[in-house]
Design a binder for this molecule. Structure first.
Ligand SMILES: [Zn+2]
Length: 290
C-alpha cells in the first residue's frame, strides 16, 4: 500500500484530503492484513462519483429486465428476447455488454431448463409451457457496467421446477443478507450452500459472482459455496454480483462443444439462477440491479 500523507489527495480520486477520505479505512485494513485477513485492493473500492455512474448503468439494466418480464410468453423464441434487450438498451443510450464480449454473438444470455448459464438466444429455441428460463442482462452506460439476471416461469410449470426457482432466489437473498462492512466473502457462499443443500439441491462451483462496475468482470470472485468467516473482507464502495446457480441433481456440468459457451447439467436435470448486483454501503448493502 502506497504511503500517502494525511493532507495528500486521496488515492480514490475523490479530490478530498486523504485524512478526510479513505485514511481511516486503510489504517483498519492494514491492521486486518497483519492479522492474516485477506483485504480488498484499492482498485476494488469505488468513490462516490464512480458509484453514481455505476448506479445509473444499473438502473437501465434493471429496466431492461423489467421490459423482458413484460413481454416474455409461451411461444416466443429466445431470439425475440435478444431483440427486446438490444432495442431497449440501445434506445436508452446504452450498450448490451455481452454483445461481442470475447466473441459472444448476442446481447443477452437466455438459459432454458437444463442449461446452467450462457445460453445463446436463437430463433430455433421456442419457449414452451412449463419451461424455466434465466435471462441474464448486462449493460454498459457511459463506460460503466452493470449485471443482473432473473428466472422466468413460462406458463404453468411443474411444482418441482417452481420449487427450484423459488429456493434459488431464497439462496440469493440468504447470501445478500450477510453483506455488510467487514463481513467476509465466505459468509455469502456459506449461507447459499447451506440453504441449497438443506433443500436437496447442489451448487455449481465453476461459475462465481464477480466484481463489476468499472469493467464487466473484475475481482473479487464471489463463490456460491464456502466457509463463513473466510475469504476477502468486504468494505464500503465495493460493487459485485451474487448469482448462485443451483441444480436439481448433480452440480457437475459440461460446456457446449459447438458454441463453446453454453453450460448444461451433466444429468440433464434443471438448473436455476438469480443474480443481483450489490454495493457495500457504510452500514450494509444496496441492491444496484436486480
Ligand atoms: Zn478516498
Amino acid at each position: 500500500m502506497k504511503k500517502l500523507g494525511r493532507n495528500d489527495p486521496c488515492w480514490c480520486g475523490s479530490h478530498k484530503k486523504y485524512k478526510q477520505c479513505h485514511m481511516a479505512l486503510d489504517d483498519k485494513l492494514r491492521l486486518l492484513s497483519m492479522r492474516g485477513e485477506e483485504i480488498p485492493s484499492h482498485a476494488m473500492i469505488r468513490n462516490a462519483e464512480q458509484i453514481e455512474k455505476i448506479r445509473e448503468s444499473a438502473k437501465i439494466n434493471t429496466a431492461v429486465l423489467d421490459e423482458v418480464s413484460k413481454h416474455i410468453h409461451v411461444g416466443m423464441t429466445t431470439q425475440e428476447i435478444d431483440d427486446i434487450v438490444y432495442a431497449f438498451t440501445t434506445s436508452h443510450g446504452a450498450i448490451p455488454a455481452p454483445l461481442n464480449y470475447e466473441g459472444f454473438p448476442k446481447s443477452v444470455c437466455t438459459s432454458v431448463n437444463n442449461e446452467i448459464c450462457h445460453g445463446i438466444p436463437s430463433d430455433q429455441v421456442i419457449l414452451k409451457e412449463g419451461d424455466i428460463v434465466n435471462v441474464d442482462v448486462s449493460t454498459i452506460y457511459n463506460g460503466y457496467y452493470s449485471d443482473a439476471s432473473r428466472m422466468f416461469c413460462i406458463g404453468k410449470v411443474s411444482p418441482e421446477a417452481k420449487r427450484l426457482v423459488d429456493v434459488t432466489k431464497e439462496c440469493l437473498y440468504k447470501g445478500i443478507e450477510t453483506v455488510r462492512p467487514f463481513s467476509h466473502i465466505g459468509d455469502i457462499g456459506a449461507a447459499i450452500e447451506a440453504h441449497a443443500k438443506a433443500n436437496g439441491y447442489s451448487v455449481v462451483v465453476e461459475f462465481v459472482g464477480h466484481g463489476v462496475g468499472i469493467d464487466f468482470h473484475e475481482d473479487p470472485m464471489v463463490p456460491h459455496y464456502g466457509v463463513a468467516g473466510t475469504g476477502m473482507v468486504l468494505v464500503p464502495g465495493m460493487t459485485f454480483t451474487i448469482e448462485p446457480m443451483i441444480n436439481q441433481g448433480t452440480a457437475s456440468l459440461y460446456i457446449d462443444r459447438e458454441n463453446n459457451w453454453t453450460s448444461y447439467t451433466s444429468d440433464g436435470k434443471l438448473s436455476a439462477q438469480w443474480e443481483h448486483m450489490l454495493l457495500v454501503t457504510e452500514d450494509g448493502y444496496e441492491i444496484l440491479s436486480k
